[in-house]
Design a protein around this ligand. Structure first.
Ligand code: 3LM
Length: 409
């Protein structure tokens, strides 16, 4: 049976792995060996020359890593995929492989803090210019493209403020100019959005988030054409970053992926209800959630995302101190960076994930310093809402909210 004829849910569980090739083991064997023995110098030499497919050394790949990569490529509708030690390992391995001094990158204005930091402190230092453009209006992209532009880079939804970029519209322009288009699909996962099917060339992920799903691993993914991925594997990953995933994390990620579709459905269902609750609160000023009818890009969300996701950004009707107080009053929802875990997590981007931006840069990059970011977890949604409610009441109304959660202490 050809894998891409099967439904997504089936492919998350079966793609890229055949138990019958592995003594019937349902769970793929975990390969932790750092090196692989050859039966002769000739066989080893041929492996290095690329004339056979013998494994060589784990920085270059292992059987279980290859199974995971096949599964991820299938889910992302890409020819090939590469797993790395972290999302930043994926982003840096891919970009270092694609640019040279003198090149330019056009990036959307709002990016995850360490991606921004890599662009500012890594790429720029080595002579690659980065031009931040508001890609939510792609019709103006052409104005910024020069003969040095090699890559257009975006997140959609963006971290932390949930701005969307019309991936198909940007891809149409980058194709005209022969420029590569890379999309960070971390917030959506391939279950909600397939940038390559929409025309992007390369997808990157922090697999630490929804793909792993349990907050117990750090990993990244790059997906794209076989040719580009071979280049990134043999050059960016092998020689430049060495950001190689461990065999243990390959096994954890493979296990996490098997429930991706089930978890994402519940993350989305819970987030939609939480956003609906926040919308009715007099203490909440603004909510950015693609599933709300008044979300400025609601139409685009429906066009390119299958569901609105599990991430909500919002601002309170109060001072920054009150926002901090609110987070501190939460009893069930944990104050932590990262996202996509079973636990609901809240954080303050300006002082945490996006503290790599100065206050001025935050404003210039459309990130409000008072924004809070909530990763809606898989707890019962009524408990999540009750916790938000008691904390809001405690900060704004002297504590007359739901106190039932103290039972957790
Ligand atoms: C965070 N984000 O809390 P890793 N791309 C996106 C991301 O959100 C991230 C990465 C790449 C967060 C991590 S902040 C100290 C914690 C859209 C990570 C990088 O290297 O696997 O962390 O992925 O927003």
């Amino acid at each position: 049976m050809k894998s891409n004829k099967l439904h997504f849910a089936t492919r998350t569980i079966h793609s890229g792995y055949d138990p019958h090739q592995n003594h019937g083991a349902l769970t793929p064997p975990m390969h932790t060996s750092s090196t692989f023995a050859f039966n002769s110098v000739e066989q080893g030499g041929a492996a290095f020359a690329g004339d056979n497919d013998h494994y060589i050394y784990s920085r270059l790949g292992t059987p279980s890593q290859q199974q995971l990569e096949q599964r991820l490529a299938d889910l992302e509708e890409a020819e090939a995929a590469l797993v790395t030690a972290s999302g930043m390992g994926a982003i840096t391995s891919a970009i270092w492989s694609l640019v040279e001094p003198g090149d330019e990158i056009i990036a959307d204005k709002s990016l995850y803090g360490c991606t921004f930091s890599f662009f500012e402190h890594g790429l720029k230092k080595f002579g690659v210019a980065v031009n931040y453009v508001d890609l939510s209006t792609p019709q103006f992209l052409s104005e910024h493209i020069t003969d040095k532009t090699k890559l257009v880079y975006t997140e959609s939804p963006s971290n932390p403020n949930m701005r969307l970029v019309d991936i198909a519209a940007v891809a149409k322009i980058t194709r005209q100019y022969g420029i590569k288009f890379m999309v960070d699909n971390t917030f959506c996962t391939p279950y909600l959005q397939n940038p390559i099917a929409l025309g992007a060339d390369i997808v990157v992920h922090s697999a630490t988030k929804y793909l792993g799903g349990h907050g117990d691993l750090i990993a990244g993914v790059v997906a794209g054409s076989a040719e580009v991925l071979l280049h990134i594997r043999q050059y960016g990953l092998k020689d430049m970053t060495g950001a190689v995933i461990s065999g243990h994390d390959v096994a954890l990620l493979m296990r996490g992926l098997k429930t991706l579709h089930v978890r994402m459905d519940r993350h989305c269902e819970n987030a939609q209800k939480v956003a609906g609750y926040l919308q009715t609160s007099p203490y909440v000023k603004q909510i950015n959630y693609p599933g709300l009818a008044n979300f400025p890009q609601a139409e685009l969300a429906k066009k390119q995302m299958r569901q609105p996701g599990g991430m909500i950004a919002f601002e309170l009707n109060g001072s920054r101190e009150q926002a901090a107080d609110f987070v501190n009053q939460l009893e069930l929802i944990l104050c932590a960076v990262s996202l996509g875990d079973t636990e609901s997590l809240i954080q303050h981007p300006a002082s945490m994930t996006h503290s790599t931006y100065t206050e001025e840069e935050l404003i210039a990059h459309l990130i409000s310093p008072s924004l809070l970011r909530l990763s809606v977890g898989l707890e019962h949604v009524d408990d999540i809402i009750a916790d938000l409610d008691q904390a809001l009441e405690s900060v704004f109304n002297g504590g007359s909210g739901n106190k039932g959660l103290s039972a957790l202490a």
